[in-house]
Design a protein around this ligand. Structure first.
Ligand SMILES: [Zn+2]
Length: 73
């Protein structure tokens, strides 16, 4: 079996065009409407564990976090 070998060198233009998608975007940081700490948009708040009215994460005494079941809502 033969190994696949590129027939020609990738041009600077082609290489750079490919890399235009590699850039990372900044996260959208917003204030939590419930506890007013900073949180990432469209993510559960790490401070109070809420996501739009719903309690998603229940914090226990030892700092352990527990996923809340659907039936509890
Ligand atoms: Zn919060």
């Amino acid at each position: 079996m033969e190994l696949a070998v590129p027939k020609s060198k990738t041009s600077k233009s082609k290489r750079d065009k490919r890399r235009t998608h590699d850039k990372l975007k900044l996260l959208n940081i917003v204030e939590c409407p419930r506890c007013h700490s900073k949180k990432v948009l469209h993510r559960v708040c790490p401070n109070c564990g809420y996501y739009s009215e719903n309690e998603i994460i229940v914090f226990e005494d030892k700092g352990k976090k527990k996923e809340k079941k659907e039936a509890d809502k």
